[in-house]
Design a protein around this ligand. Sequence first.
Ligand code: PBG
Length: 340
Amino acid sequence: MSRETVSITDRIDAATGGMRLRRLRQADWSRRLVRENALSAADLIWPIFVREGGGEPQPVASMPNVFRLSVEDCVEAARRARDLAIPMLALFPYTDPSLRDETGSEALNPGNLVCRATRAIKQAVPEVGIMCDVALDPYTSHGHDGVMAGERILNDESVEVLCRQAVVQAEAGCDVIGPSDMMDGRVACIRTALDEAGCRDAMIMAYSAKYASAFYGPFRDAVGSGGMLKGDKRTYQMDYGNSDEAVREAAQDLAEGADMIMVKPGLPYLDVLARLAREFGVPTFAYQTSGEYAMIMAAAGNGWLDGDKAMVETLTAYKRAGASGILSYFSPMVAAMLRG
Ligand code: PBG
């Protein structure tokens, strides 16, 4: 047979052995039938920003459709989460600058904003989980997650305060304690402090691989710590060149008693997420950060991409990489869309 007489079809069949991978993609029903990973409302954790006082929600300039809510509106958000079948909210306080100090003492006030919001939500909507960050940055005048001496962030002194912060939050009704401070040994100390305070049921979702990242900018605006931050967080948050170190961080947090682990930021770190999910086989979460949210919203706002499609695609990508769930500012939007 001369070369010219072989049809392109014969040539493709010879190369593929007749296997045409496009066959399964030809209809919506067949694509749905063979889909490996799909997002559901149960995968979502919805971060919300709490502020003092009443009145209208305050927009966060760098995060379109995200607002700082009064305690009352947080309760409303919890009802919405329940109705949308979103399992958990993560609460972050915008602390008035007058309440910030060097040691973040407002973090230990059982009547502080997150504690009041937690109590109000747990009373009105107990079936929705509440997660609170353990870190001092919403409360310190320097914007760091720990206690400072000169230019240094002190590890052990910070852990002491963080343990007390965790207990204060758990006693207010917080279900999941999220140490996001990246101090060494904090998970073990927090677990012991919770147990000694009688809060044995409080779960720990450790921010295990939290990188020093440019993707937290809008969040720091939202909680009011951006302008205050002295220097950067590279002496405690991870170097983005590292992946083996993330395995060591996660192993350490699990050995110390973490119930769940997290990788943050999200999309640029899917390799780390996939690696930890496979390596440990424990509930592993991703945080789609404020910066990732802002990028999608900015591009969508300019008409440069379809925001709704990018939202579902990125969230599904986390699932594909092995995430048990995702903290995302898109949570209420995507849950409503999945329902519709
Ligand atoms: C506080 C904290 C941060 C985020 C969650 N908890 C900011 C930071 O570490 O500077 C970022 C969340 C986001 O960007 O959406 N330690």
